[in-house]
Ligand binder design. Structure first.
Ligand code: DGP
Length: 113
C-alpha cells in the first residue's frame, strides 16, 4: 500500500526524485539527502510500513528482500565494513515514519588501498 502523504512512498513510486542506487521486487535504495558518512544509503520497502517492527510483523517476505538488497549494496559499495541500522520510534531518532535502513560506512570500496 502507498501513502500519498509519505515522502518515502513518493520516492518509491518515482513521484519524487532521489539518487537511486538499486531496487528489488519489494525494496528500493537511494542516497541519503544529508549523508553522515562517506557511504550513506537508505533502503526502504516499496510498500508503506511505519517502521522495521511493523514490516517484520506484517511482511517477512518483504523484510527478507529488503535485507538482501541492503547487504548486497553495502558489500558492493563499502570495504566490507558497514552498518545497516533502523531507527525505530521518535526517541530512537526516527524522523521519517516509513521503515528504512541506513547503510553507512566510513570506508568506500574505491578508497581502500
Ligand atoms: P531517520 O532519522 O532514521 O528517520 O532517517 C531519515 C533519513 O532520511 C535522514 O537521514 C534524512 C533522510 N531523508 C529525509 N528526507 C529525504 C528525502 O527527501 N530524500 C532523501 N534522499 N533522503 C531523505
Amino acid at each position: 500500500m502507498i501513502n500519498s502523504d509519505c515522502i518515502f512512498c513518493r520516492i518509491a513510486n518515482k513521484e519524487l526524485q532521489a539518487n537511486l542506487v538499486a531496487e528489488s521486487e519489494h525494496a528500493i535504495a537511494f542516497w541519503d539527502i544529508s549523508p553522515r558518512q562517506p557511504i550513506h544509503i537508505l533502503v526502504i520497502p516499496k510498500a508503506h510500513h511505519k517502521n522495521i517492527a511493523e514490516l517484520t510483523q506484517n511482511s517477512p517476505d518483504q523484510l527478507l528482500d529488503l535485507m538482501k538488497l541492503g547487504t548486497d549494496i553495502a558489500q558492493d559499495k563499502s570495504s566490507g565494513s558497514f552498518r545497516l541500522s533502523f531507527n525505530t520510534g521518535e526517541e530512537a531518532g526516527q524522523t521519517v515514519f516509513h521503515a528504512h535502513g541506513h547503510i553507512t560506512s566510513r570506508t568506500p570500496k574505491d578508497q581502500v588501498a
